[in-house]
Design a protein around this ligand. Structure first.
Ligand SMILES: [Zn+2]
Length: 262
């Protein structure tokens, strides 16, 4: 079941899986693939700029999303994602630098990461009024990209216990078959909850649950973490899936701070 704060809804023109726990202070969620302008196999709201889609279509899709989020198309800050754990403070100058995480405390940018099966992690710290978006595939997950963000924020006295997170739609346990090399990097104490053995040294890995358990291990409260049951491969009508088809588009997890309200 989706957490109460997670709803697929159209606020203006586009269906979006919104994280509405702090809706007056933070606009955050994950886009779907619907109502965009890209042709197959990128149909239709592809926000990936390096996947082979026509750049005119991708540009149009960013305009469509900007309308939905009521921002300017130049407000998006994205990176070149490389499955590592570099997290940068968002700043317009860093577009297309290599990083798998962005955070901000400014209102004038929309930070975004793009996905097709990897797990989006969106964070918000209400006291400090700062947000982050991370890209967690299995490599970033086992390398602890989530705890790296929490450690970085702790340097500014943002305690892990006051941070909230949304673990967005990614590939589900039933769809994510991996080999022994991957499982060997999952912390032993978490394997019982997150790994299922199949035949021939193949396994199923529950990447969303692994991320949740790692965030709790890093000091977050369980009741501060919202989750979704959408799977990018099972729910192909809504999301892009690399395991479903290697030539495909990307949806985006985004966060935009609203002017700090009273
Ligand atoms: Zn699935």
């Amino acid at each position: 079941m989706n957490s109460d704060n997670i709803t697929l809804q159209t606020k203006h023109t586009l269906p979006i899986l919104y994280w509405d726990r702090f809706s007056d202070r933070l606009s955050a969620g994950v886009t779907t693939r619907q109502k965009g302008s890209s042709a197959r196999p990128y149909d239709s709201l592809n926000l990936g700029t390096h996947v082979g889609d026509a750049s005119t279509a991708v540009t149009k899709n960013y305009q469509i999303l900007a309308e939905e989020l009521q921002c300017n198309v130049n407000d998006f800050v994205t990176t070149k994602q490389v499955h590592e754990t570099t997290i940068m403070q968002a700043d317009k100058m860093i577009n297309d630098e290599e990083a798998d995480g962005l955070w901000t405390d400014k209102h004038d940018s929309v930070i975004g990461m793009v996905f097709a099966d990897c797990i989006p992690l969106v964070f918000y710290a209400p006291e400090a009024h700062r947000a982050a978006v991370l890209h967690a595939g299995w490599r970033g997950t086992v390398a602890g990209i989530g705890s790296k963000l929490l450690e970085r924020w702790a340097q500014d006295d943002v305690s892990q216990t006051e941070v909230y997170a949304f673990i967005g739609p990614g590939i589900c346990r039933s769809c994510y078959q991996v080999n022994e090399d991957v499982v060997a990097q999952v912390p032993k104490a978490l394997r019982r909850q997150t790994v299922t053995s199949l035949e021939n040294d193949q396994y199923l890995l529950d990447l969303p649950t692994l991320n949740k358990e790692l965030l709790v291990e890093a000091g977050m409260r369980k009741d501060h973490i919202d989750t979704t049951t959408y799977c990018t491969k099972c729910d192909s009508e809504f999301f892009f899936s690399y395991r479903g088809s290697q030539r495909t588009g990307r949806h985006m997890a985004f966060a935009k701070l609203c002017t700090k309200g009273g």
